[in-house]
Unconditional design. Sequence first.
Length: 353
Amino acid sequence: MQGSADLNLWRLSVAPMMAWTDRHCRHFHRLITRHTRLYTEMMTTAALVHGDVAKHLRHEAAVESPTALQIGGSEPDEMAHAARLALKWSYDEVNLNCGCPSERVQRGAFGACLMNEAGLVADGVKAMLDAVGGQIPVSVKHRIGIDRLERYGFLRDFVGTVAQAGCKVFIVHARNAWLQGLSPKENREIPPLRYEMVHQLKSEFPNLTIAINGGITTAQAVDHHLQRVDGVMVGRAAYHDPMLMADWDTRFWGAGDARDGRYGPEGLVSDDWRLQIEQHMVAYIERETAEHATPWAHAATHILGLWNGRPGARAWRRVWSDHRLKDRPVAEVFALATRARRAAVPASKDAPV
Ligand SMILES: Cc1cc2nc3c(=O)[nH]c(=O)nc-3n(C[C@H](O)[C@H](O)[C@H](O)COP(=O)(O)O)c2cc1C
């Protein structure tokens, strides 16, 4: 396997997910995978133009990088402004959302309905590229179509038009967005996945970077798609079962060593490593609470899948999600969670904490 420097930057990424992939979540994911590209939640350009920019964009760039800022908007000037902010706040990419089907987003005339406005997306992309002057890439995340429009030609023309404006990276959620009658959640489940359309896109545009997204939940499936497209983006599976990412650096980025303490004797992710990650998150949360008055639950909510599949996981999770503990110091919650987990594992060999 080649070293990570030789691989394309979009080979593997964690999807933008509203209310999930905030900076705390990204900090956590970065402890598990050093190289995988991480995406922020979508920030609207209106929030970036009129709102509290520091609140929306503050992150620990040096720790978290490579990270892409995803924006949602439809005014090229505002998109350019957002792209300049992405650069200023040390994000490694700015990504335009053309896939979100929510009603709120449709009222703002952006998200998935922009797939009907390829010319406007092209203008926005051009404005963003001019704004960042080639210093960071501009990418677009979109669906394969909208409503019942299932012609490959629609997808090809959208990508072709936007590519002409200079966009070289497309991340394609391989299902349509149905703009009427489905909630955003249903829109991630009901329209059928049609991976072959994304594979075809790559054959037709070999010089573009095409990443595929939607319903990809195993390393084997990632391997399968990487033979056909340049990258894979994983959303829900990575969030709910973060240890899915434990071998991504070695397996997909040609980095690290499988014997670096992550794995126990049977080749499974070791409990010691899980515990180290949890301890690191506790220290991080203590810092966050001290510096930004962040309640511990804001960050802890993202780690609830850490012990999935291990004995005591449920008891452990129950403590970390117990709102009655919200005023207690995080170190105390950690101690209670660890005790609850170990009580379910009488023969645990974990080091005492
Ligand atoms: C809770 C949640 C929030 C999401 N928010 C966004 C978002 O802000 N921007 C976006 O482009 N996609 C968003 N998505 C869609 C994901 O990025 C991804 O396209 C989708 O979940 C399909 O990938 P998966 O099957 O691997 O989860 C969201 C998905 C979830 C589950």
